[in-house]
Design a protein around this ligand. Structure first.
Ligand SMILES: [Zn+2]
Length: 248
């Protein structure tokens, strides 16, 4: 009986030490946090889904803010690649709208900012969408990722259809840009376990529409983003960016 008490005391002490160690590791989590900004259309005028539109003038102020605050826009990269880079941030656009070329790209060029555009490959060259020439011209600063072929909810498709959407769009973009296509954005942010498993096979990174910061080393096919709505003033933008950068 004495022995039993002794052993249980030892076990209790070990548990306390282990819990303390785990808490210390959590507190000292200094993995790099990278805000991934999510845009769609950049235009002064808003269309029907007005929340997907950010004013060109407001976008310009936001880019100016990033520049003034010493942020470094980067592309998606393997853990460790951002070591020594000052305040990395990733700028993304979904759907491949033509205004990304006419309105956003000149501003990105002015600041020398890198960005990522997720293309719906069936829409290339269609009205209001980027064409092949525009995509080629922007590939100095822009990394092109897949937003699938047809922009369907992947979680509603069969395994074969999911594979087709992910593989064919990747092939199309690789042919067009001559570069490896490593990133994917789930249409409508919709995914399930099957989608994630297939994404992991074909892509290095996949982004969601879940709000939050991307912490280096977290699941690379479930990356959270920071949605920038049309209603944001520059103060809202700054506050949101500061909040996510500090892990909120
Ligand atoms: Zn989309």
């Amino acid at each position: 009986m004495k022995n039993f008490k002794f052993v249980s005391r030892i076990i209790a002490v070990i548990i306390v030490i282990a819990v303390t160690a785990v808490l210390a590791v959590i507190a000292a989590d200094n993995r790099i946090k990278i805000p991934v900004l999510m845009y769609h259309v950049i235009d002064e005028k808003a269309g029907t889904l007005s929340n997907l539109y950010v004013k060109t003038s407001e976008f310009e102020r936001q880019m100016q803010y990033l520049s003034e605050q010493g942020y470094t826009p980067v592309h998606f990269a393997a853990p460790g690649a951002y070591e020594g880079i000052k305040k990395p941030v990733i700028i993304t656009f979904d759907d491949g709208y033509e205004d990304n070329y006419t309105n956003a790209y000149p501003i990105l060029e002015e600041y020398g900012f890198k960005a990522t555009i997720f293309i719906i490959t069936a829409k290339i060259g269609k009205p209001e969408h980027l064409n092949t020439e525009q995509i080629k011209e922007m590939s100095d600063l822009i990394e092109f990722g897949s937003h699938t072929v047809n922009h369907n909810k992947l979680s509603a498709l069969t395994l074969g259809q999911i594979r087709g959407e992910l593989a064919f769009s990747q092939k199309t973009l690789e042919k067009l840009t001559g570069k490896t296509v490593r990133t994917l954005a789930y249409p409508y942010g919709a995914y399930d376990r099957r989608v994630v498993d297939i994404a992991r096979k074909y892509y290095d990174f996949a982004v969601t529409t879940v709000g939050g910061v991307y912490t280096e080393g977290s699941d690379r096919v479930k990356i959270s983003r920071v949605y920038i709505p049309r209603s944001f003033t520059i103060n809202n933008f700054a506050a949101r960016l500061n909040a996510v950068s500090s892990g909120k």
